[in-house]
Design a protein around this ligand. Structure first.
Ligand code: ADP
Ligand code: MG
Ligand code: MG
Length: 252
């Protein structure tokens, strides 16, 4: 079993004028095989947490630690984090004209696995995963991220996750902007990865909608830059019924 451990994490964002403290002591432990939903209002710092784990240069760690099986990941380069088994959906958002989805996926798999996948089995693997996600085969020849619709971006994220088989996946607003059919397809993909039991998932969202399809083991409420309450799936039902109000006023 693998463990991702976030302890008392403090992070400031580098705006052009100032260093603004956003994360104010995040504590969270995710074990492989577990799915944690992190829910909170807009602007509470959820994406900042995701970017900090991903190693985005705009986010400065001012305190605390993030370890994977006891090994500090905050000192690692973005590629090293991927090799250590972290999957961060927002890691490669850039458009790369001339680099196809197929080439990108193979390069990413080579980096993570330490050797390039055998071409014949790889082609089958990609095709199978794309079929599962109801993606048109021609998608693999598209230029990376160029002109991707919201739904295509999200499917591409899940496709990467299915092929890279990470120890931990951080999915930030994977459900946003999806119509109901796409939401199901994407949720099914997340559930396939979960069912292996080898991957821990941190599902960041501000809607409870996706949690009807991806049943979390734990739910955390995020407000004011930290986790303010944790519970089981029933906590999501409470949020659905009552919103974030009581957490925002209690932690303002
Ligand atoms: P959430 O994902 O919960 O909506 P974010 O992490 O995106 O919250 O944002 C938390 C706060 O940090 C907001 O006040 C936001 O304006 C600020 N923030 C985050 N990233 C940046 C950035 N790159 N530049 C300036 N401010 C930022
Ligand atoms: Mg936001
Ligand atoms: Mg966000």
């Amino acid at each position: 079993m693998a463990t991702l451990d976030i302890k008392d994490l403090h992070v400031s964002v580098d705006t052009n004028e100032e260093k603004k403290p956003i994360l104010k002591g995040v504590d969270l432990t995710v074990n492989s095989g577990e799915t944690h939903a992190l829910m909170g209002p807009n602007g509470s710092g959820k994406s900042t947490l995701a970017y900090s784990i991903a190693g985005h240069p705009k986010y400065e760690i001012t305190g605390g630690s993030v370890t994977l099986d006891g090994v500090d990941i905050l000192d690692m380069t973005v590629d090293e984090r991927a090799r250590a088994g972290l999957f961060l959906a927002m890691q490669y958002p850039v458009e790369v004209p001339g680099v196809s989805v197929a080439n990108f996926l193979r390069t990413a798999a080579t980096a993570v696995r330490g050797e390039s996948p055998k071409l014949r089995t790889w082609v089958k693997e990609v095709k199978g995963a794309m079929d599962d996600l109801k993606m048109d085969p021609s998608f693999s020849e598209r230029s990376l991220n160029e002109g991707f619709s919201g739904g295509e971006k999200k499917r591409h994220e899940i496709l990467q996750m299915e092929l890279l088989k990470p120890k931990f996946a951080v999915l930030d607003e994977t459900d946003s902007g999806l119509d109901i059919d796409a939401l199901r397809v994407v949720s099914d993909g997340i559930n396939r990865v979960r069912s292996s039991g080898d991957t821990g998932v941190l599902l960041i969202t501000h809607y409870t909608r996706i949690l009807r399809y991806v049943k979390p083991d734990f739910v955390h409420v995020f407000a004011g830059g930290k986790i303010v309450e944790s519970g089981g799936p029933e906590l999501a039902d409470e949020l659905e019924a009552n919103g974030y109000e009581r957490f925002i006023t209690a932690n303002a």
